[in-house]
Structure formats: C-alpha cells, structure tokens
Design a protein around this ligand. Structure first.
Ligand code: GDP
Ligand code: IMO
Ligand code: MG
Length: 429
C-alpha cells in the first residue's frame, strides 16, 4: 500500500485539515512533513465539534491513527504541550502522537528574531506569522539548529544554546535594541518542556518505512501551499520550507517511489495571508463578500485573508510542480448567489498573453488576469451529496475548472463538515 501526499495548491488555507480528516478513516498514519505552528488546520467533526490544529497532524482526531511530526517540521516545545493539553481537555486521545528525533526545535530566540526582523523590514515585511519559523529553518540550514533528540542530552543542548546565543544576543541587543536572552533560562525552560514529551521522540523514518512494508497507508499532510514554497512559490513572500509534494519525501524519510497519489487541495476561489503578489485579488465589495461568506480570517493569527477569483494559471502550475493526481475542490458553496463567476484563465503581462506561471517575480507582479465569466447559481448547495444534485451551472463551473486545471476534480467541498463533501472518484483507489 502506498504513501499519499495531500498538499495546498494555492497560498494555504485551502481546507487541508478537512480533507485530511475525511481521509483519516482509511489510513493508519498521518504525518506532517514541513512547517510548524504557522499552520492553522480546521477540522469540524460530524458532531459539530470544531478543532484548530497548528502543529499536530489532523489525523490525531481519528481514533486508531498514529500521528507523526516528521523530521522536516519545526517544533516549538511549549506550543506542542499547549496543543496536546487543549486536545486532551476536549477528550481527544493523543497517546499515539510521535515526534521525529530529527525535527528541529523552535527556540525563544527564533521567535524573538522573527518578530524584530519583520518590524525592521517595515513596509517590505513578509507578513510572517511571527512564530519563529524562518529563523529556525535558517539555523537548520546553517547547521547550528537544536533538534528534538538534543532534549535527551542536556550537555549537548546546553552547548548548542550557549553557542547560538553568543551570536544571537549580540544581534538582538546591538542591531535591534532588544534584551539579551539568558542561556540558562532558555535551556531550563526547554528541558522542562522536553521532559513532558521525551517519550514521544522516535525514529519516525524507520517506523514509517516499516509500516509501508507491512502494507499500511501513510498520509502525508502538507501545511501552507504551493505558492508559499521556498523554491516554487512567490519568493521572497513565502514560508521557509517546501510544502510541495517533493518536500514530503525529505521531510518524512519516505522514498519518492513509495508515493503513488498526490491530492491537491484547491479552493474554488483564491485567498492569501501576508504580503506578496496576488494577480486575481479583489479590492472591492466582491472581495469583502468572499471574505465574509467564506469566513476568510486566519486560524493562526486572526488576520483577514486577502481574497480573489479562481486562478487557473496557479492550478496548472500546482498540478505540474506537485504531480497532482486528484484535486479536492473546496468551498464551492461560498460561490452560490453570484450572477456571474469570473475565472482567470491566463495573464496579460506588458501586452503579451501568457498561460503559464511567469519565470520572473517582476512578471508575476505585472500580471493582469484574463477572465472568462461563467454563469452562476443561486441555490444553497450545502446539502448536495452527489455531483448530479448540484445546479447545472455549478456542475459546469467544476467541469470547466477541471478542463483548465491539469487534474481531475475528485472531491468537492460544499461546507466545512466532514460529510459536506461530494466524492466523484475514489482518491485512494
Ligand atoms: P487549511 O489550513 O488548508 O487546513 O485550511 P483552514 O482551516 O485554514 O481554512 C479553511 C476553512 O474553510 C476552515 O474554516 C474550514 O472549516 C473551511 N472549509 C473547508 N472546506 C470547506 C468547504 O467546502 N466549504 C466551506 N464553506 N468551508 C470549508
Ligand atoms: P496553513 O497550513 C496561509 C504565510 C504567512 C506569510 C508567509 C511566511 O494553515 O495553510 P511564516 O510564518 O511561515 O514565515 O510566514 O507564509 N503562511 C500561511 N498562509 N496558511 C498557512 O498555513 C500559512 N503559514 C504561513 O502569512 O505570508
Ligand atoms: Mg490554515
């Protein structure tokens, strides 16, 4: 049995949490492979209970699933404990959660540096979530990071934190005019947190590969999205990891030949949080309408999401970069009630029509969407459970998107609930 990757096809918040939850019942393992608590994945259970997961895989809500925080994830120990506490208070069994020994830890100085660098950038800021994600990945790549396994060796941990703060305190104090952090205090806090989840630290790449050998199914749950990928996204307005499907292998230790299915989660319109180009962005009442109707407010930071029409250039790009086999089109219900629904089918850049993602960021900034207008529908579709029950124009909208997006639309979301889904093709079949 295979490994299945589930990724965001746009700029995040496509509905990955709901999709993971839906598939959770048919898999044995759910793995986060990149990002950290910059993510906010919403899951609404059949009984109406709502959960917002930031660091822990959405599979934690499915009894019997083993959830794994993979080596590619950056883990804030305090946040991990808080999230575990919150889930346990709501009656969720968290005993199955494992943390890779190789996952890097977000330290208090990463959070401090994330916040001051953003402030320092002023208008040029990226609009990060301020969770220390970028600075933690910087240390990983610079080979000075602290890993989960260092919690099991106090001497190493102390050496690493002292060495890091020797330098970072100078930056915090001399460049940013902030207070220095005390290495002993940092180590003590991290050790105190670490003691509470040390038993969860495991050789997860070995366990995952053994599970695949036994014929079990592993679902790799991406966070963020294709256009926030540090290599393939709208750099520099991206996150510091690889949310695209290629990152799933590196971030979990599962070889690429094991991955047979890549599910792209695609919103029926587009949203983005933070700075950076967004060709189909709406700055008018219609943008406000999508924000309100779609409840487009960040799960992690509470910020308003920027909103715009569906962009097929992005979808085709996501299909290509990730090797998407199936799309899960979410939030189709949000488009009910519109006379016409514009869809961006290409860009015009300095007078030239282009159909694919431009090579340079300058061109992305200059891209003017070319729209086709599709007829809308007025019916409430939130109770539809088969494709045939959808109004003819909603069916035509999905079919048209399928033609121009590079992969089949195998599932359609018509509401936040698990059952508010129309399945056209078995994505795991
Ligand atoms: P994620 O980060 O990709 O997991 O997505 P978020 O949870 O940040 O944002 C998606 C939002 O849309 C959440 O509030 C979900 O409950 C909600 N949602 C997911 N699918 C649908 C859908 O098909 N229709 C509607 N109306 N809401 C949905
Ligand atoms: P989920 O998994 C949407 C955005 C931030 C910012 C940029 C860099 O819920 O889809 P970072 O803190 O990662 O250094 O910020 O990335 N961003 C997200 N936007 N959904 C997310 O996660 C995001 N995680 C980060 O807003 O623009
Ligand atoms: Mg989200």
């Amino acid at each position: 049995m295979p490994a299945v990757v589930l990724i965001g096809a746009q700029w995040g918040d496509e509905g990955k949490g709901k999709a993971t939850d839906l598939l959770g019942e048919r898999v044995q393992w759910v793995v986060r492979y990149q990002g950290g608590n910059n993510a906010g994945h919403t899951v609404v259970l059949p009984d109406g209970k709502k959960f917002a997961l930031h660091l822990i895989p959405s599979g934690i809500l499915t009894p019997g699933v083993t959830s794994v925080i993979g080596n590619g994830v950056v883990v804030d120990p305090g946040v991990l404990l808080e999230e575990l506490d919150g889930l346990e208070r709501q009656g969720v069994d968290t005993s199955g959660l494992l943390v890779s020994a190789d996952a890097h830890l977000i330290m208090p100085y990463h959070v401090a540096i994330d916040k001051v660098t953003e402030r320092y950038l002023g208008k040029a800021k990226i609009g990060t979530t301020g969770r220390g994600i970028g600075p933690c990945y910087q240390d990983k790549i610079a080979r000075v990071g602290v890993r989960a396994q260092d919690l099991l060796d106090e001497k190493i941990l102390r050496q690493k934190v002292e060495a890091a703060l020797d330098f970072k305190n100078q930056v915090l104090v001399k460049v940013y005019n902030r207070k220095a952090l005390d290495p002993d205090q940092v180590v003590d806090t991290v050790l105190e947190h670490g003691a509470k989840f040390a038993s969860r630290i495991a050789d997860t790449r070995l366990l995952l590969n053994q599970a695949l050998e036994r014929g079990e199914t592993v679902l790799l749950e991406g966070s963020q999205g294709t256009l926030l990928d540090v290599d393939h996204g709208t750099y520099p307005f991206v996150t510091s990891s690889n949310p695209t499907s290629g990152g799933a292998s590196a971030g979990s230790g599962i070889g690429p030949t094991r991955i047979t299915t890549v599910i792209g989660i695609l919103k029926a319109y587009t949203t983005r949080v933070g700075s950076g180009p967004f060709p189909t962005e709406l700055h008018d009442d219609m943008g406000e309408h999508l924000r309100k109707t779609g409840g487009e407010f960040g799960v992690t930071t509470g910020r308003s999401r920027r909103t715009g029409w569906f962009d097929a250039v992005i979808a085709r790009y996501a299909a290509r970069v990730n090797g998407i086999t199936d799309y899960f089109l979410t939030k189709l219900d949000v488009l009910s009630g519109l006379e016409k629904v514009p869809v961006c089918v290409g860009y015009e850049i300095d007078g030239t029509r282009v159909d694919d993602m431009p090579m340079t960021q300058t061109d992305v900034h200059h891209a003017v969407p070319v729209y086709e207008e599709l007829p809308g529908w007025f019916e409430d579709i939130s109770e539809c459970r088969t494709f045939e029950e959808l109004p003819a124009n909603a069916q035509a909208y999905v079919r048209h998107l399928e033609e121009i997006s590079g992969a089949r639309m195998s599932a359609i979301g018509v509401g936040p609930g698990r059952d508010q889904t129309i399945v056209r093709h078995d994505m795991l079949g």
